[in-house]
Design a protein around this ligand. Structure first.
Ligand SMILES: *[C@@H]1O[C@H](CO)[C@@H](O)[C@H](O)[C@H]1NC(C)=O
Length: 225
């Protein structure tokens, strides 16, 4: 094998291992496009250098260039371990499932529950996951919100809060409006709406610190009146 072929095969090998390395890093979909495109180039190069003994140095340089590009391309990937999220209403349903899911992905999760001795809270604690903390948090109780805020503030002092998921909500017995006492409507507004506003007000400074996001969870029942 002459020196040109050696160079080209080496270039292809470098590219091949770069691709493997990038795949291991789990890169996004754009990467697959580049991968497919450049593979065509690689095969053309290897084929021409081995069988046609043409001048494939240019192709070799191109493949090396691609390898370097891929190596230097540091996709902005989220460092989940350093991110913290607060979810309300983790006693059951979406909140519980989300707390489990996000903590399994490595995020630091503060799971607010209405009843810290309830079944949901126990299930969360039972995971023994050190990045999942259960907090007593009745979202209609300003004192509990303040306590949670102080605690989370000490825990994420440097990084702030990456997400607030206003998930806590109630659904009253869906009967005719004239049969519902006004207190039921008031309670519904307190839990489903005003508490979300309050949570946003209290946690915005921590959210801003990490350019975090607010996610409001609603229900299809909210459109039925
Ligand atoms: C979430 O709810 C709060 C309080 O009602 C509101 O201010 C905010 O705009 C909502 N955010 C989103 C993304 O819906």
């Amino acid at each position: 094998m002459d020196i040109t072929s050696c160079f080209c095969v080496s270039a292809a090998a470098v590219f091949f291992f770069t691709v493997l390395w990038k795949l291991k890093e789990g890169c996004g979909t754009w990467f697959w496009t580049v991968w497919a495109l450049v593979w065509v180039l690689v095969w053309a190069l290897v084929g021409s250098s081995l069988y046609l003994s043409g001048p494939p140095v240019v192709c070799g340089l191109a493949v090396l260039g691609c390898s370097l590009f891929l190596m230097c391309e540091t996709e902005k990937r989220v460092e989940l371990q350093s991110r913290a999220v607060l979810i309300t209403g983790c006693d059951s349903g979406f909140g519980l499932a989300l707390a489990l899911r996000l903590s399994e992905s490595g995020l630091k999760v503060f799971a607010g529950v209405l009843d810290e001795d309830g079944a949901g809270a126990q299930q969360l604690r039972g995971r023994g996951c050190e990045n999942l903390q259960v907090l007593q948090l009745d979202v209609t109780d300003n004192n509990q919100i303040e306590t949670a805020h102080r605690y989370i503030g000490t825990q994420v002092a440097d990084t702030g809060l990456w997400g607030l998921v206003n998930n806590a909500g109630v659904l009253h017995c869906p009967v005719d409006a004239e049969l519902q006492p006004i207190t039921a409507f008031r309670y519904c507004m307190d839990v489903n709406f005003l508490s979300a506003v309050k949570m946003c007000q209290v946690f915005l400074p921590l959210l801003r610190r990490s350019r975090g996001r607010i996610v409001n969870v609603s229900s299809m029942a909210g459109t039925s009146d």
